[in-house]
Design a protein. Structure first.
Length: 436
């Protein structure tokens, strides 16, 4: 009853974690194993792929933004699974400099908290026995992190594999799989990561191919046998305050970045979520208590959103009497205008005076700790919220009242405070969890 699992991690981004994670989920599901997926850190794209591959909803676990009780509660609810697999973020030990709620956000902190051993994915192109030195360093750096073994990725030849195995044997590192270079199965990427799962027309075929590839080159039985964990049985999900009893939620290709644990938490608190599509020119349900516009890719659909007059008018009518909150892309659409990457200006809904532009791209990335100066749906002024910001938009003009005092993970003030006008509020950061 300790939710046995493994964390799929790597020394750095780009080693093949997501490909191997999806292949493992697909291969194990095909063999009748019930696998519960998770994603370490603030990613809203990978969990949708996990869900498609495993047949079970995937959830984010974040030691910087979530308390230990919230993390273990999310895990314990899914204790019916035979195996838990969590995809790591960046490199195994990569996190922020200062700890948050339960850690610094690294996959290593999650491994220590849960007791899940780590399967380290190594891109071994351009090296042989030296790969063992890397694996040995990762295995011995922290006594709180247990290395189950390694999966060798992008192996050039049988001779290349033999040399690497010699080094791993000398270092006492278990080899769980050897993947040859493989270019036939690829997932297209966009500036915030992979192209979304719902935009992949051949996703089922791709996942099947990945599953067969992994099953051929990875020891699935050994993977299963190495799972372990120490998540306490008595923990239950920590409550989340919903925006209202009935929540109108924008949901389509332009508005899809909302963490699954938020929606689950709102429903567990008794809220009803009513979806609508701005791209289909739909307005929020006028019977809802609050409207929530998640992030996504409004810059790719700016022309269609600008022309969605029923959406504009319905949202303005709603905001005249009831609260509307937007996150990142949703916040931009609540503004006066959005200028796309070509420099074309598109009129948005005008609930806020915000003007944003993608004509000059500048990355904004990092955790955020915000203390609300005004209420947002579900939270009163003074409440502290933890979240994450990742976008390439530039603020051209922001004339409204600031919504929150916002800090980064190093407790440095952030200029992007969010804004408020009447019952309309918005932030560039995506909410992960409230904090005391």
């Amino acid at each position: 009853m300790n939710c046995p699992g493994l964390i799929i991690s790597a020394p750095a981004s780009g080693a093949g974690k997501t490909t191997i994670m999806l292949g493992l989920l697909s291969a194990l599901r095909k063999r009748g194993v019930t696998v519960q997926p998770f994603k370490n850190g603030p990613d809203y794209i990978d969990p949708a792929f996990h869900t498609a591959a495993s047949g079970r909803p995937s959830f984010n676990l974040d030691s910087w933004a979530m308390s230990t009780e919230r993390i273990t509660g999310l895990i314990r609810v899914r204790a019916d699974a035979e195996l838990t697999l969590a995809e790591g973020s960046m490199g195994l030990f990569d996190g922020v400099a200062s700890a948050g709620e339960a850690g610094n956000g690294s996959s290593a902190d999650m491994a220590a908290l849960t007791g899940w051993p780590v399967v380290l994915v190594l891109d071994v192109s351009g090296q042989a026995q030296s790969a063992a030195a890397i694996a040995h360093g990762f295995a011995t750096l922290s006594p709180k992190v247990k290395l189950a073994g390694v999966i060798l990725n992008r192996v050039a030849s049988p001779r290349h594999e033999a040399l690497i195995r010699v080094g791993m044997a000398e270092a006492g590192i278990r080899v769980l799989g050897v993947l040859p270079r493989h270019k036939t199965v690829t997932l297209p990427e966009r500036h915030l990561g992979l192209v979304q799962a719902e935009e992949q027309p051949n996703l089922v075929v791709l996942l099947d191919q990945l599953g067969e590839f992994i099953a051929t080159h990875v020891d699935l039985e050994q993977i299963f046998s190495l799972a372990a964990g120490n998540v306490k049985a008595e923990n239950s999900p920590v409550a989340l305050s919903p925006p209202g009893q009935r929540v109108a939620l924008a949901r389509d290709a332009a508005f899809s970045f909302i963490y699954p644990h938020l929606l689950e938490g709102w429903r567990q608190a008794g809220a009803e979520i009513v979806l609508f599509s701005p791209l289909a020119d739909e307005a929020p349900d006028p019977q809802a208590d609050a409207c929530w516009l998640p992030g996504g890719y409004p810059e790719l659909h700016a022309g269609n959103l600008a022309a969605a007059t029923r959406f504009h008018e319905g949202l303005r009518r709603f905001a005249a009497e009831k609260p509307v909150h937007g996150e990142c892309g949703g916040y931009m659409v609540m503004g006066t205008s959005l200028t796309d990457a070509r420099g074309v200006r598109h009129a948005m809904t005008g609930l806020l005076g915000l003007e944003t532009s993608f004509a000059t791209r500048r990355m904004h990335l990092g955790y955020r700790l915000a203390t609300l100066m005004s209420p947002v749906p579900g939270y009163a002024a003074g409440q502290r919220l933890r979240g994450h910001e990742f976008h390439y938009a530039t603020i051209v003009h922001q004339p409204d009242e600031p919504l929150a005092h916002t800090l980064d993970a190093n407790s440095m003030s952030i200029a992007e405070t969010g804004s408020r006008r009447g019952l309309a509020t918005g932030t560039f950061f995506h909410l992960i969890a409230p904090t005391a």
